[in-house]
Write a protein that binds this ligand. Structure first.
Ligand SMILES: [Zn+2]
Ligand SMILES: [Zn+2]
Ligand SMILES: [Zn+2]
Ligand SMILES: [Zn+2]
Ligand SMILES: [Zn+2]
Ligand SMILES: [Zn+2]
Ligand SMILES: [Zn+2]
Ligand SMILES: [Zn+2]
Length: 462
């Protein structure tokens, strides 16, 4: 029979009050622009039982299982390839992509690029979508799941050159190869959604930009188009591809290469610094006057280290990022709806930024601005929801213990830290701060009281 000292009374109220509220925005009703992916299966099958994606009206999160939208296997109609939409918008070829190229096909830049536009100095997208090639072109993919046994199909390929494509794919980890029907294709879809949020690059998709901030978003997008976004080109090192190498940077590069004893065309990977020999496959970026070369598997976002999806990069301060992490350096991102915040005033709580309206209870969406809230698994909850779903029950009075009530915990059993809830069941003496005996959920002050209890309760022996 163990006699233990009463645990220390925990009297710190565990609620918090939002520190960063400046004002409360007006509630606006938003209709979901498109019901993309409703009903898609959640990929975290092992841990969650989701009946299919049911998107919350502003969180990019599934109401059924609580996982993010991109954690679901969102199957887009064929003509709705996320990458094509982003490329279309940001490279100013929206019409081309969304009208002409709705069928599987490829995009090749035309010569009509504005000479003064910096875009013309950068690599243009030359992607091929739903690209079929025979498996002899690509030996290592023989066992991959495909519709026809002798054909492989890539959801995306960097260029229409079967030899280069197959060599390029071999440089990538197997689960990153966007082979139709494979894990790699799913991975590509997740990366597209994660790295290239559509609402970052298009005013119509940003649902929570206030009227007065629309211009800021437009300027942001304009700058991305003109100075930031680009696509890495897949090349064979040493082979003179289309002549981009017409500027001083390339001269400098070949001088440096010569100093290191490299042959013409050889260079080192900007990421891992290993030498890339002639004949190897590389990803080259011609950004402004710079040329950088990477191993295909080294061409990753500086922040999240994900492989840059479809080789689409955002160039910032001499580094290459995915769209999400480029934008995150310029504007705060709402932890609720995932959109960028252009307003000067917003809520900062729990080390995260939120639109005023989106700092809300994770269960009932009650706006928490200025009210007391609790956090659980990094999500904020209103007190009502917290009490209903998470508050502990007092073992004596069976009432919930409020977040600002003093409490006692012992071996996962909880009590109000009050005399009426933490007293000897026999002599009713207050046990707070004293030694006690716990038996069958009954509190006792001494073995004497235990004996007395047992003799007066023949049917309830402790
Ligand atoms: Zn779900
Ligand atoms: Zn889920
Ligand atoms: Zn490398
Ligand atoms: Zn990133
Ligand atoms: Zn938001
Ligand atoms: Zn709530
Ligand atoms: Zn109680
Ligand atoms: Zn007693």
């Amino acid at each position: 029979m163990a006699e233990v000292t009463s645990p220390v009374v925990d009297d710190k109220p565990c609620f918090k009050t939002n520190p960063g509220i400046f004002k409360l925005g007006l509630a606006r009703q938003h209709i979901l622009a498109h019901d993309i992916g409703q009903g898609s299966q959640c990929r975290n099958e092992s841990t969650c039982k989701c009946e299919g994606l049911d998107l919350h009206f502003w969180r990019k999160m599934c109401k059924n299982c609580g996982c993010r939208m991109d954690e679901h296997d969102v199957v887009l109609p064929n003509e709705f390839d996320h990458a094509q939409i982003v490329i279309g918008r940001l490279f100013g070829v929206k019409e081309h992509f969304e009208k002409v190229l709705t069928k599987p096909g490829m995009y090749k830049p035309t010569d009509q690029n504005d000479e003064n536009n910096m875009m013309s100095r950068r690599s243009q997208p030359t992607a091929v979508y739903n690209y079929k090639m025979s498996s002899s072109d690509s030996e290592s993919e023989k066992d991959a799941p495909t519709i026809k046994k002798d054909k492989v199909q890539y959801a995306w390929a960097p260029l229409p050159d079967k030899d280069l494509v197959s060599r390029y794919m071999k440089c990538l980890p197997e689960d990153e190869r966007p082979l139709v029907g494979s894990k790699g294709e799913q991975n590509r879809k997740s990366r597209l959604q994660f790295q290239l949020p559509l609402y970052d690059c298009n005013v119509e998709d940003a649902r929570f930009v206030e009227e007065k901030d629309v211009k800021t978003l437009q300027k942001f997008v304009e700058n991305v188009r003109n100075n930031v976004i680009g696509v890495g080109r897949v090349v064979e090192i040493g082979k003179d591809s289309d002549n981009y190498g017409d500027d001083s940077n390339d001269f400098e590069k070949s001088m440096n290469a010569a100093l290191k004893g490299l042959q013409v065309g050889e260079t080192d990977c900007k990421d891992c610094s290993k030498i890339m020999k002639n004949g190897e496959i590389g990803v080259e970026c011609h950004h402004h006057t710079k040329t950088d070369t990477y191993h295909p598997n080294c061409f990753r976002c500086e922040t999240c280290r994900q492989l840059l999806v479809d080789n689409i990069y955002f160039f910032y301060k001499n580094k290459y990022y995915c769209g999400r992490h480029y934008a995150d350096q310029l504007y705060p991102r709402c932890a609720g709806c995932d959109e960028l915040i252009f307003a000067n005033e917003y809520t900062f709580a729990e080390e995260k930024s939120w639109h005023f309206d989106h700092f809300a209870c994770f269960k009932c969406d009650f706006k928490l601005g200025g009210s007391r809230y609790m956090t659980r698994d990094e999500n904020p909850f209103c007190l009502d929801c917290y009490m209903k779903h998470y508050a502990k029950t007092c073992d004596t009075c069976q009432a919930k213990i409020g977040p600002d009530e003093k409490r006692l915990n012992y071996n996962e059993i909880h009590w109000h830290a009050e005399e009426k809830c933490f007293q000897c069941v026999q002599c009713h003496s207050n046990l707070i701060g004293k030694k006690f005996i716990l038996k069958n959920h009954k509190l006792l002050c001494s073995s004497q009281c235990k004996a007395n209890y047992n003799s007066s309760h023949p049917d309830d022996q402790l």
